[in-house]
Design a protein around this ligand. Sequence first.
Ligand SMILES: [Zn+2]
Length: 111
Amino acid sequence: MHEMPIAQNILNIILEEANKIKAHKILNIKIVVGEFSYIVPQCIQTYLDFLCVGTKAEGAKLIVLEVLAKKQCEGCKFVMNKDLEVCPKCHGRSTRFISGFEFYIESIEVE
Ligand SMILES: [Zn+2]
């Protein structure tokens, strides 16, 4: 259960942002979560519901944008499915992940 400190971090960041722009209430929080980030968005929402009580973010909804893992060929830069070991274009074997590990706050909606 590592979502608790993550939820706390998210809350700290969004409250700071809300103060900066003098918002009264945070309505929703958009986060980007990669397929391989091993974060369970539902857990974050649960912790946020609990942590946000009495703050400007009370009742805020978490909107999750999931990013699928993708690989790129080192040789020809072809972007492919994460399960492929060999590049379908140039048959090169040297590939690396270019997405799937993301985790960040994209935006917040306030009033
Ligand atoms: Zn290739």
